[in-house]
Design a protein around this ligand. Structure first.
Ligand code: ZN
Length: 77
């Protein structure tokens, strides 16, 4: 018997916050101007709980460019 949901869960993106194993809902697109060309986008994944914390971390450093849902991000990229 095959459980398609289990297969999906195994490959589902996980939140980037340290120690968090929750499925990612948000994509935080960021850029460090000292390291990256302006059009380059690095991404962090965040669950509902850690979106604010991770956004703040990047925002304080002036790195945060965009916060979109994982669904939207996958549609765009
Ligand atoms: Zn999390």
């Amino acid at each position: 018997m095959i459980f398609p949901d289990a297969a999906d869960a195994a490959t589902a993106p996980i939140c980037s916050a340290k120690g968090c194993r929750a499925p990612a809902v948000w994509v935080l697109a960021w850029n460090n101007p000292k390291l990256h060309t302006p059009e380059r986008r690095k991404t962090w994944l965040a669950c509902e709980e850690h979106r604010e914390h991770l956004s703040e971390f990047l925002g304080m450093r002036g790195f945060l460019k965009d916060v979109v849902t994982l669904q939207e991000w996958e549609a765009m990229n």
